[in-house]
Design a protein around this ligand. Structure first.
Ligand SMILES: Nc1ncnc2c1ncn2[C@@H]1O[C@H](COP(=O)(O)OP(=O)(O)OP(=O)(O)O)[C@@H](O)[C@H]1O
Length: 254
């Protein structure tokens, strides 16, 4: 098993935002989590990436219990997540936004910074190389010197992908990767997600755009009121009575 949750639960006061969810992420595949507004999708992401401690349950990654690890430790294990594009530094360049990603993998400390040691210089060089490599991968090599405030929403999405990729992840969580972009751009970003998967990176995404999810995902979990109501291949989810009732009926054409 690659990444597995066992009875994962998160309570906010009396509200069960995630309720005993058993889910397994398939290695090397595009996994998707869907469900109506407030179903618990973002909370589920936040639990796995260490941003919220679970109330109960377990998260096992490659045989190791990571349930209680903080987000920085989880990131060093190779699990990255994208944030909303509003978390980018608008007044900085695309390059400067991405170059910080690889610092997760460096060891330089205050001593190195004060004395400008060889290690610091080598690691800074490695971070720059990595930033250029991932900007190339996401199709933003020519936009590296633009200020984030001057680029399109779709390009900001790519910057968010690049920042996650700069940490050298093996598993990437994408939170609504195509929210706020037009259908053509959605198609382009879908191709980029497929490209990332093609490089062997395991993907897990939350997305509201059903047509896109059905086309892209290999494995889908459906949450409703914090509970898993279905899991399976896109065609299985499409024909699942409980899913149609809870969700697809209202927004299948979204
Ligand atoms: N920090 C928090 N404190 C209290 N309640 C919260 C908190 N975060 C989420 N919730 C509640 O938990 C439930 C699940 O929310 P969550 O954001 O995980 O759903 P979601 O499926 O991601 O929704 P959406 O599709 O609208 O983003 C909601 O009822 C929400 O109001």
């Amino acid at each position: 098993m690659y990444l597995e949750t066992k009875k994962l639960t998160k309570k906010f006061g009396g509200l069960l935002a995630v309720n005993e969810v058993d889910f397994s992420i398939k290695k090397g595949k595009i996994n998707a989590i869907i469900g109506p507004n407030g179903a618990g999708k973002s909370t589920f992401f936040n639990l796995i990436s260490g941003f919220h401690p679970p109330s109960s349950g377990e998260i096992i990654f490659k045989g190791t219990d990571i349930t209680k690890l903080p987000s920085n430790k989880i990131a060093t294990l190779g699990i990255a997540r994208t944030f909303q594009t509003t978390n980018l530094f608008e007044g900085s360049t695309v390059f400067d936004n991405v170059v910080i990603g690889h610092r997760l993998r460096t060891k330089s400390n205050l001593f190195d910074a004060i004395f400008k040691t060889k290690r610091l210089k080598q690691e800074e060089e490695k971070c720059k190389e990595k930033a250029l490599e991932v900007l190339q991968l996401v199709g933003l090599a020519k936009t590296a010197d633009s200020l984030v405030s001057n680029i399109t929403q779709e390009e900001k999405k790519r910057v968010a992908f690049a920042l996650a990729l700069a940490t050298d992840p093996e598993l990437v969580f994408l939170d609504e990767p195509t929210a706020g972009v037009n259908p053509d751009e959605t198609e382009e970003l879908s191709l980029l997600i497929e490209k990332m998967a093609g490089k062997g990176i395991t993907i897990c995404l939350i997305e509201h755009k059903m047509k896109m999810v059905m086309k892209l995902a290999d494995n889908i979990m459906v949450l409703n009121y914090g509970e898993k109501i279905a899991e399976g291949l896109p065609e299985e989810i499409n024909n699942n009575e409980a899913v149609i009732k809870a969700y697809l009926g209202g927004s299948a054409s979204a």
